[in-house]
Write a protein that binds this ligand. Structure first.
Ligand code: FES
Length: 145
């Protein structure tokens, strides 16, 4: 049912963890299953993603896709990271069973939410990036005005 790459990233997920003082953080929920994903980004002055961590209450497919997605955005500029779509991640994993494709959206949405958070803090615009619909980070509510 799952490709070897999916199983590898599921068994040995890369970049799991948390980060103190991230440049950007995004937390999103998956409407279909109620699972949650949080992404932390460490971005340098040249807008290059130096490090990335994720934490999830998601299923195995969410773990595998987030692991792959974090590997794919690491070392990229914030603009290049926009090209790491859930489709690109699924392709890099040699495919996901159709019923699990929604799980891969968690990673993409959480990365976008973290990029949005970073862009807001820096006052910059990232082309093609829209305000995340489902950011449920606690900090977000405190900042609301
Ligand atoms: Fe919820 Fe996969 S079933 S993320």
């Amino acid at each position: 049912m799952y490709t070897e790459k999916v199983m590898d990233h599921f068994r040995h997920p890369r970049n799991v963890g948390e980060m103190e003082n991230p440049s950007g953080m995004g937390t999103v929920g998956n409407a279909k299953c109620g699972d949650i994903m949080r992404i932390y980004l460490d971005i340098d002055d040249n807008q290059v993603i130096r490090d990335v961590k994720f934490k999830t209450f998601g299923c195995g497919a969410a773990v595998a896709t987030s692991s792959m997605a974090t590997e794919m955005v690491k070392g990229k500029t914030v603009q290049e990271a926009m090209e790491v779509t859930n489709k690109a991640v699924c392709e890099a994993l040699d495919g996901l069973p159709p019923v699990k494709v929604h799980c891969s959206l968690l990673a993409e949405e959480a990365i976008h939410a973290a990029l949005w958070d970073y862009a807001q803090k820096r006052g910059i615009t990232i082309q093609g990036l829209e305000k995340p619909k489902s950011d449920i980070g606690e900090e977000e509510t405190e900042e609301e005005y």
